[in-house]
Design a protein. Structure first.
Length: 408
């Protein structure tokens, strides 16, 4: 049986990052750039004022005092019409171009304008050459690499691209990810279960997990535990870049998923990982004659197994397709806030509550009844990795934690 790290390696080796697609900036949040972005402009494009005030020659303001003749006025979006000569000043607004001859801006708060004789009195001990102005190209220059290939686009990257006039970018697209729940006991969530039945809660949860990971979910409903229904729905799911099946991968009599996937032409890469919960997880893939390789995960049906094995394995594949690095989950270290007794023959990902305190990251396991106890996970925002074996933890001990949520 593979270890979790071996399973990550197998997924990362099998999944190739998707070919880039030109995408409108408005749709590119969270996607990764396929190419370096080189500036074809200087920013700012001209020497500009950073303040409302007066553009002056710094040498005229010796000792911080001066009385200067106001010769011109320049607003953002217009151009100065006069050269500032000795003893002169131009009234200027934030963002307006610096007039020729001026080499500093005095803030309006440090001036007093005399409308009767058209002069301005300056009282600004701090004014010196370059005060309150920004020279052309000091933020970026034509030819600068502003963003590297592989960068995940956040609001500030999108803003920088917009400043450059790049309105379409080459990014790795969101993979389409089909979700197929399996089980004769399942009813849709808007129905009342009859005797022996339960609601198909995994589909809703997986759809949300796919969306949070950056993928485009495609729910396919419920497949019954017979070869015909399962086979037909698997064929539909293989139209997407990825297919996630929920249930039917363990050792039960009607656990038909692995054999039906193989019958559909999906080659098994691994089945079962040394992990708790989620041991029966299955991963395989299928080369397509005209299109990218399909990736298929059979996730165990127990809700917490489904939740955890998605976060460990399916999310890693989605991120690799999208060019997000690192693709595999990354642990943070946190201190336990209370004692805990860990017992298990497999590494266990235990639902937990992670907080950022004044003293750093602290974590506590939530009370949890195992892989069928989804209710406990609503109290959790993370999972603690307890290594295999018996270990007694004391408050203050450091453990590895994988966070599900944005803690900010
Ligand atoms: P299985 O992996 O198919 O053996 O299912 C394991 C357990 O998970 C069983 O108790 C199932 O009823 C339950 N289960 C399977 N699929 C779902 C689902 N889509 N939503 C909620 N529970 C499920
Ligand atoms: Mg089942």
């Amino acid at each position: 049986m593979l270890s979790v790290d071996e399973a990550f390696s197998a997924i990362l080796a099998a999944v190739e990052t998707s070919a880039p697609e030109p995408t409108a900036l408005a749709d590119a949040l969270g996607l990764t750039l396929a190419d370096d972005i080189i500036s074809d402009i200087d920013s700012p494009p001209f020497d500009k004022s950073l303040m409302d005030g007066f553009a002056v020659r710094a040498e005229d303001v010796t000792g911080g005092k001066a009385t200067l003749r106001v010769i011109d006025e320049v607003m953002a979006g217009s151009l100065p019409s006069k050269v500032v000569r000795q003893g002169e000043a131009t009234r200027i607004m934030t963002g307006a171009p610096i007039p020729e001859g001026a080499d500093a801006v005095v803030r309006v708060e440090e001036t007093s304008f005399n409308a009767e004789n058209g002069t301005v009195e300056i009282s600004s001990p701090s004014t010196s050459v370059e005060s309150n102005l920004m020279r052309r190209g000091t933020s970026m220059r034509r030819g600068d690499r502003v963003l590297p290939a592989g960068r995940i686009l956040r609001p500030q990257e999108l803003g920088a691209l917009a400043e450059l006039g790049v309105h379409t970018v080459n990014v790795r697209p969101r993979p389409t990810v089909a979700v197929l729940a399996t089980g004769d006991e399942l009813v849709p969530v808007d129905q009342t279960p009859g005797p022996g039945q339960i609601r198909n809660s995994n589909e809703t949860m997986l759809v949300a997990q796919i969306r949070r990971a950056g993928g485009e979910p495609v729910p396919l409903g419920i497949a019954r535990d017979n070869r015909k229904d399962l086979g037909e729905r698997i064929a539909a799911g293989l139209q997407c870049d990825m297919l996630l099946l929920s249930g039917g991968v363990s050792a039960g009599k009607l656990d038909l998923v692995p054999s039906e996937l193989e019958a559909a032409g999906v080659g098994q890469v691994f089945h079962k990982v040394r992990v708790k919960p989620g041991k029966p997880v299955w991963y395989g893939n299928m080369e397509m004659p005209n299109g990218p390789c399909r990736h298929v995960f059979g996730l165990p049906g127990n809700p917490v197994s489904s939740l955890v094995s998605f976060e460990l394995f399916a999310r890693t594949a989605i991120r690799k397709l999208m060019g997000i690095e690192p693709a595999a989950p990354k642990a943070v270290r946190a201190r336990m806030v209370a004692a805990h007794i860990a017992r298990g023959d497999r590494p266990t990902y235990h639902p937990a509550r992670l907080e950022l305190s004044g003293e750093g990251a602290v974590v506590r396991p939530v009370a949890w009844q195992g892989s069928a106890d989804l209710r406990s996970t609503v109290e959790a925002n993370a999972m603690i990795l307890f290594p295999a074996g018996d270990q007694d933890y004391a408050a203050g001990d450091t453990v590895e934690v994988f966070c599900w949520d944005d803690l900010s």
